[in-house]
Design a protein around this ligand. Sequence first.
Ligand code: NAP
Length: 247
Amino acid sequence: MKENKKTAVVTGGSRGIGRAICLELAKQGVNLAINYAGNQKAADETRAACERLGADVLLVRGDVSRFEDCNALFDAAIQRFGRVDILVNNAGITRDNLILRMSEQDFNRVIEVNLKGTWNCLKLASKIMVKQRYGRIINISSVVGVMGNAGQTNYAASKAGVIGLTRSLARELASRGITVNSVAPGYIETDMTAALGDEIREAVKKTIPLQRLGQAEDVAALTAFLAGDGAAYITGQVIHVDGGMYM
Ligand code: NAP
């Protein structure tokens, strides 16, 4: 392990926005404990790319909705790096449907992963960061958590919940030198949005003042800023990276 480097735990770091965040943090000299759900090939690719940028990387497979998996993630991070300076709660899923067709299982699963998974990691990171009297926490929400979206009652509720977690914990932990912020991406080109057909993508584009879908790197740049020294006086905020969709 390299000395004097900060350490980040990033959930859902194998693909998409999470991978871009890992790469940006690695570029800024941060070591990484990267969680992923099961895509070993993608996780190995992220690890190799971050190592090429000079980061020490620990991959930890686990389901963020399971408290014991999150516990194992933070234990492993502490064993390897000795501290956790940054937590990025990024792991998330969708199970879209109109409410009349949405199953209770699909409602529950999205809440379990996106909201309870975030809370699990917040609880474990808080214990470590309060002892350190230092921490930077970034929770990935969504424009949908603020605006709502037909067909996404489960997802919108989970992402609105992430904003509630962010603001409450920002108030709880501010006196301990820990900031807690939320990043709310709009439509970002990843596997999650690849399933949208061309017609929907074009319709979405028309609602975006900057007239393009976002890239994972657009979200990673803000997340890394919030994780760094320049963001020391920012806490409890929800910052949108959505090309102007929500204003
Ligand atoms: P993605 O491409 O589908 O990647 C999802 C990531 O989360 C993968 O690394 C996946 O691991 C991991 N993951 C899924 N379920 C998990 C679980 N139960 N435990 C641990 N890890 C899990 O998604 P994305 O588009 O990058 O989205 C990342 C975050 O941004 C999510 O919270 C999403 O809601 C949010 N967001 C995305 C958009 C967008 O337009 N894409 C917009 C707003 C917000 P494996 O690779 O192992 O499956």
